[in-house]
Design a protein around this ligand. Sequence first.
Ligand SMILES: Cc1cc2nc3c(=O)[nH]c(=O)nc-3n(C[C@H](O)[C@H](O)[C@H](O)COP(=O)(O)OP(=O)(O)OC[C@H]3O[C@@H](n4cnc5c(N)ncnc54)[C@H](O)[C@@H]3O)c2cc1C
Length: 434
Amino acid sequence: MVNIDATMRGVHWAAISKEAPFTEDSSNQKAEYDIAVVGGGFCGLSIALHAASAGRSVVLLEAGTIGCGASGRNGGIVVPHFPGAMTADDVVQVLGRERGERLAKLVADGPGFVFDQIRELGIACDGEQNGWLQPAHSEKSLAKVRRVHESWVARGVDAEWIDAQGVAEMTGASGYLGGWHRKSGGTVNPYALAQGLARVARERGADIRQHVVVGSILKDGAAQVLSTSVGEFRARKVVIATNAHTPSLYPGLAQSVIPVLLFHGFTRPLDDAEKRTVLPTRVCFTDLRKSGGFSRLSSDDRVIIGGAIFRPSNHRAYSEWHSARRLAELFPHLGGIHVESFWEGWCALTDAYLPAIQRLEPNVYSVIGFSTRGVALAQTLGREFAQFLCENKTETEMPVRVGPVLPISMQPIKAFLGGFAFPAYQLRDALRLT
Ligand SMILES: Cc1cc2nc3c(=O)[nH]c(=O)nc-3n(C[C@H](O)[C@H](O)[C@H](O)COP(=O)(O)OP(=O)(O)OC[C@H]3O[C@@H](n4cnc5c(N)ncnc54)[C@H](O)[C@@H]3O)c2cc1C
């Protein structure tokens, strides 16, 4: 399990959040709950919200504070697509036709659901549905991006192809050869969104606790007993939604994801002249560079930047050096703008870059492994899983198989090597090999 840092120090999202940090009250306490959720990120919060909305008694136990994991630290880009160049056809190969198509639909429809829910629940998270673009930064990536686009269009998804000039006009970014775009994508303040989801889940009856570390889960008759840093909780069903922070609560569980440490930073706010040339349509984009080729604006008009942490380095100095180079590449006219804020966060990969649902005991599950595409998917799969827990959806109707624990082969080695990979990614991107 990787560190949990509840301070949110340096995380710009917390500084500009229009939702207040979540506060607990004791009004929803019970001696025994229908469902216990471990982890207060998008996945756990979505399960708690939707199970409570369906009338179940729910307790959510968060080791730090709401959103202190990846959910409050990510880029807040709400993406209607799988990671990188993975196509819906690739996903069908991995999951089989029925489940693969179901997951593809969940991913394609994800941002629509997220923004509708934000509006419906009145969450003040600066949601901006100005579209998302996957542009190609090299000839090699152009072929991949075209394949991705074709695969979505073949499924009736309203993805439009944009030529090089169109990409330049939408983004103000240099060097792109074309790309595909969907209007449904957009951006949020992810920390604010997490606080808002927790607030509404509490209003709907969920008992949400912070600073409660779950240390073990043991069966006691029909109930599961969760032993925690503040005492015991009883529930009939348990779901572990701890992603990269997944503890060794069951054999092999922590080894079923590869934690990777990423960083983000923001520039100073752009001035009015800069705003006319950098992301003038306030679209957001993610290209196929392994060393972080993406951009968006914050509500206070800063440009985001990010990548993976190179573990042997001085994290901040190395990341700022990389960020300055990438910003100069994307927006040369910004003239060497530097990064003002900097923070880190853990993301959880699986071998297939797709989330896994694992049955650990007859009534204990984990839903983890959202890779770099969890802002929408952790919420939508969380909603689907809440329906499964509430017995409104069967196992065969789930978009991801409910399977046994699958530890990743050589997981400790892969996790260790992941901390050294960033320079290799930078080199491959610089040589246009991606
Ligand atoms: C830097 C970064 C940038 C990213 N950018 C994007 C992006 O722009 N778009 C996108 O779609 N995705 C992005 N992602 C991925 C996305 O943030 C995640 O996939 C998503 O937030 C996962 O949500 P989660 O609820 O599964 O996990 P988390 O948000 O990590 O929540 C897990 C929670 O479990 C808690 N926990 C762990 N152990 C225990 C325990 N024993 N007891 C109680 N609680 C426990 C942790 O404290 C944590 O709060 C990014 C990720 C990172 C790290």
